[in-house]
Design a protein. Structure first.
Length: 598
């Protein structure tokens, strides 16, 4: 996605998207003070907001329905109920609420968007155009309106009008990326192969790094019989230096080898094209932090095309970002089975189940997946990550060993497998084995901050290779200066070497970066004590206790609060559980959706 669009998304405030609403005096005057039902009305409203804040969408919708039954014309309730029903994809309630909302607020953009898509689905393209035009407020609104109106025109058979809408020069430069892409899709749907190829070429020149564009262009070429050109497009995308081809690129290459089957387009119908509008923008919004509005857009994509697999995957990812793990699983379950994405979907579902404290189900999914694809590292990597996070280090190490046996010649891609097994061995106090793995991980990827930090700190923790260990940690901090855990390691290394003033300097920075971590606050307290800042030390220890430290640390912190610490203490090996920043599991960062944002 163009960087200028990223900046715009960060800077834009979307009207009508606030998910937390306070009850002002003006709102109360609209009906929250009725004599007979005031308590139940207000109670339902507040309960709905609480449920929404807790991501309990179904409960929130029910409470808003109850409140509306008591005060059906209240504009605040209508708008909030409309938002929650749209975000949940409850169209049988959202569409009537949109109509009712426009009676109270004729300029509500989201209501116009939904009614525009509703008219589009019913084949009333003239009415759809009117509604979509009314939704063109703001830069994102203008782009959304233009793209959606173009697809309505295409669906009505008016290709000339569709092209005209997409060719308006007043659109911002970043918007041209989307306008050219949809110009190509529409030309393909309308059978104008030459115009489609020209628009695809223009899109690729604007941004050759977006997978969705590469896939769409390659599918266009193959669909019209130019398999050679399709492979060239995929080769150009692969030249970005990726460690391995994307799963969807591999899938398309397999399709290209089948001479008998015609390769389908990204969007073969106007409905699929309309869904592509809201999918592309919705994924961009969620990726740039606008999760609330992004979910609304993704749901609108699914209203246009309920089976849009990538919109479902992007919606699931958005739910994961909001820690709505069951909703994410439900979205994944709506994706058609046995697609190229199935393995990645199952892995994501396993992580979601683990987050729901259902690890046995997660492990069962991954073991089944590993048995089905015995040469695939990803299920084993995910399984090891879950076991390691649950401190089941023996089992995790065995899983990583299974994974390593699948690697004939390790390269940079595989650093994390050796790193993860090394951390398991270190926690199991098998240092000789841990050191071999950590060194191997560093050999494969010499500038990986996690490995630099873990190996360097482990050496210092055991009074080994002190200078080399400090050099590794300092390099890790230079590479990731804003990682609180790595900065903490450098501070704690200075502490263990008796450099207390330096320790305070780095540990204060670490706490600034990660103020809610109990270990970092505890470390800072210890260092402050050693430089004579005893009142501040007790404050940090007290702060650590409020942040839910590990149970075995609570009594130690309480003892320090009561008695202080001996002067110039240096800890021995194993006296403290330390953070070595092994939280980042590459598998957990896997993105299923290959769309407009890469």
């Amino acid at each position: 996605m163009p960087s200028s669009l990223r900046k715009l998304l960060h800077a834009t405030t979307f009207a009508g998207c606030a998910f937390v609403v306070t009850l002002s005096a003006a709102q109360a005057a609209t009906g929250f003070s009725t004599k007979v039902t005031s308590h139940s009305l207000l109670g339902s409203y507040l309960a709905a907001n609480m449920a929404r804040n807790a991501n309990e969408t179904s409960n929130a919708a029910s409470f808003y329905q109850s409140a509306l039954a008591l005060d059906p014309n209240n504009p605040v309730l209508i708008e909030q109920a409309f938002q929650i029903e749209t975000a949940a994809g409850n169209w049988e309630r959202a569409v009537p609420l949109a109509r009712k909302l426009l009676e109270k607020d004729e300029d509500n953009r989201m209501a116009h968007l939904l009614l525009g898509i509703d008219s589009f689905k019913r084949g009333d393209y003239k009415k759809a155009d009117v509604s979509l035009l009314r939704a063109s407020d703001g830069p994102i609104g203008e782009l959304t309106s233009t793209l959606a109106r173009a697809w309505a025109a295409a669906a009505s058979g008016n290709g000339q009008r569709a092209v005209k809408l997409l060719s308006k020069p007043r659109q911002a430069e970043w918007a041209q990326f989307y306008l050219n892409y949809h110009k190509a899709l529409i030309a393909d749907v309308l059978g104008d192969t030459k115009e489609a190829a020209t628009a695809y070429e223009h899109s690729v020149r604007q941004d050759a790094s977006t997978l969705r564009i590469a896939l769409a262009y390659a599918r266009h070429a193959a669909h019209h019989g130019d398999v050679k050109r399709a492979n060239e497009i995929l080769d150009t995308y692969a030249d970005r230096g990726q460690p391995e081809p994307h799963i969807l690129v591999r899938e398309l290459r397999d399709e290209l080898k089948n001479d008998k089957a015609k390769v389908p387009l990204i969007a073969s119908t106007a409905n699929e094209g309309m869904a592509e509008v809201f999918y592309g923008l919705g994924e961009a919004l969620t990726s740039e932090g606008g999760v609330g509005m992004g979910i609304l857009y993704l749901q609108l994509a699914l209203y246009a095309d309920p089976n849009h697999a990538f919109a479902l995957a992007a919606l699931a990812s958005a739910y994961e970002n909001a820690q709505r793990y069951q909703d994410a699983i439900d979205a994944y379950d709506r994706i058609p089975q046995n697609t190229a994405l199935q393995s990645a979907i199952d892995i994501r579902k396993a992580f979601d189940l683990n987050s729901l404290e259902r690890p046995d189900e997660a492990i069962a999914i991954l073991e089944k997946l590993s048995a089905k694809y015995p040469d695939d590292l990803k299920p084993l990597d995910a399984l090891g990550s879950i076991l390691r996070a649950r401190k089941r280090y023996d089992e995790a190490a065995e899983v990583y060993t299974r994974a390593i046996k699948l690697i004939p010649e390790p390269d940079r891609r595989h650093w994390n497998i050796f790193y993860a097994r090394g951390t398991c061995y270190e926690r199991l106090k098998k240092w000789s084995q841990a050191e071999v793995d950590l060194k191997k991980a560093l050999e494969l990827y010499p500038d990986q901050p996690l490995t630099l930090n873990y190996l360097g700190y482990s050496w210092i923790d055991q009074n080994m290779n002190l200078k080399e260990g400090m050099d590794l940690i300092e390099k890790a901090v230079a590479l990731k200066p804003d990682d609180g855990y790595i900065v903490d390691s450098l501070g704690w290394a200075h502490y263990k070497l008796g450099n207390f003033a330096e320790a305070v300097r780095f540990l204060e920075r670490a706490v600034e970066l990660k103020p809610q971590d109990p270990v970092l606050n505890d470390h800072l307290g210890d260092a402050l004590w050693q430089v004579g800042r005893e009142r501040e030390a007790r404050f940090q220890w007290d702060q650590a206790l409020t942040l839910e430290p590990e149970p075995e640390e609570i009594d130690k912190i309480k003892k320090k609060l009561a008695e202080g610490m001996p002067a110039s203490v240096q800890l021995g090996v194993g006296q403290r559980e330390t953070k070595k920043s092994d939280k980042a599991d590459p598998q957990k960062q896997t993105k299923l959706s290959p769309g407009m944002v890469e």
